[in-house]
Design a protein around this ligand. Structure first.
Ligand code: 4NP
Length: 138
């Protein structure tokens, strides 16, 4: 099973979700990756304040290379998990509607790049990942 987390820039929320989900998925049932709906941050690593939060909660991460989701990635993943309604509408207009696109929480997870609320976002993403894993990981 392949799952891809998607946010806007692919340097804060979606890489946080990628590595939180990998930590939860101890049996490696999933191939987990992340991307953005924009390429504004192309090639960049995880944003340092997001790394600090991952360090704080002992979530391991690798070197990251931000990129925009490709058609191939969209097609090959079983689940595409986004942070905001806006990401769904962008993906729908890029690739057409598909019910494999789901939102991590019912509410939008706001962009910490603008709000600075990295701790709050960590907890929201963690809650979303735990619930998602319970739903699709068994
Ligand atoms: P992310 O945060 O979508 O959670 O990775 C952002 C990072 C960069 C930008 C926007 C959001 N940006 O506009 O460059």
């Amino acid at each position: 099973m392949k799952i891809m987390f998607v946010c806007l820039g692919n340097i804060c929320r979606s890489p946080m979700a990628e590595y939180i989900f990998k930590t939860i998925d101890q049996d490696n049932k999933f191939i987990v990756t992340s991307s953005g709906i924009s390429d504004e941050e192309y090639g960049n690593d995880i944003y340092p304040p997001a790394k600090e939060i991952l360090n704080k909660y002992n979530i391991k991460y690798d070197k990251h290379f931000a990129h925009k989701i490709t058609k191939e990635e969209y097609e090959e993943n079983d689940y595409i998990v986004v942070m905001e309604d806006y990401h769904i509408s962008r993906l729908n207009s890029m690739f057409g509607n598909n019910n494999k696109v789901i939102k991590l929480l019912e509410k939008d997870i706001e962009d910490p790049w603008y709000t600075g609320e990295f701790d709050k976002v960590y907890h929201e993403i963690y809650e979303g990942c735990i619930n998602l894993y319970k739903k699709i990981g068994n």
